[in-house]
Design a protein around this ligand. Sequence first.
Ligand code: SAM
Ligand code: SF4
Length: 353
Amino acid sequence: MTATELGLPAVRRAAPRDPARPADPRLVDSFGRVATDLRISLTDRCNLRCSYCMPAEGLDWMPRDEQLTDDELIRLITIAVRDLGVEELRFTGGEPLLRRGLEGLIAASAALEPRPDISLTTNGIGLARRAEALAAAGVNRLNVSMDTLQQERFATITRRDRLSDVLDGLAAARAAGLGPVKINSVLLRGVNDDEAVPLLRFALDHGYELRFIEQMPLDAQHGWERSEMITAGEVMEKLRESFALTPDPAERGGAPAERWLVDGGPAAVGVIASVTRPFCGACDRTRLTADGQVRSCLFARTETDLRAMLRGGSSDAEIADTWRHAMWGKLAGHGIDDPGFLQPDRPMSAIGG
Ligand code: SAM
Ligand code: SF4
């Protein structure tokens, strides 16, 4: 899906300077936040079909020629790190392991000065074969998504029978030193909401750090219902039946997860309460889609087209200033609770989670 097909307004030339925007080279917004964490979607394609993310069938992939090439992507990442103060890069998708040349993109990113922190969010399919090469290329940390420990449930949720691949991928990531390896889990009512405790026990036993994510209205089929969502409060209640949880005293900063020490620590569990306890006030993210659109928020309804600038001959300075302009306009919050909230047309799998 392109911005044009989605009917999104796109900026094609260097944006005019808002006189209120300070002459700060970083990605500042009008609420005083500074974006230093760039989330890059490498592809909208995926080899799983998680029910809360994609429909069983019938989601068109982005045409190849609309995707940024490796050279285009590296140019934008370089601008972000060198000129805009981005300190952290997270590669995601879709499924980032499906992007050809992933290790090369990571190595090119790792060669930048100042060296950014590099992480990857993956469903873990094929990770067992790739973990060492990813670590050698420069990945510092890795998140693997896994919502259940039960094979049949995994096949129901993801519509593919691949749980053992994910478990192998997790183990390989840990062995490759990509730790602490984090596990992302989404609990779904009546499907896997009895697995909060087993998932945490599994993570503790294997040295992974588990994070529960509240389900958000970002599925391609627009089927999210608030009443169906398992809240962070419910997760905590279930966990407290089996574990003593105390707030992690470490500074949270812009991190989306509230961390809790388990049974006195040092092991911890994270809860990402994007819907019920939004953390927009501390958000430090900027997002780049696989087709070169900057989004200031997961829930943004506008995008800024850097691909058109790249392909239209704009200079690095023009692109950097357009990116600054896009982030200056970032809204205060995602507005899920506003009566007029509208889910973005672009689904999570094409934005990058
Ligand atoms: N395919 C990779 C994976 O699953 O890790 C990377 C992309 S996926 C979109 C990134 C994360 O977003 C995953 O942890 C997934 O569980 C989560 N996710 C997807 N759709 C979501 C939704 N509607 N609400 C909350 N989290 C979601
Ligand atoms: Fe694919 Fe990740 Fe979406 Fe699951 S959550 S369908 S693995 S992009």
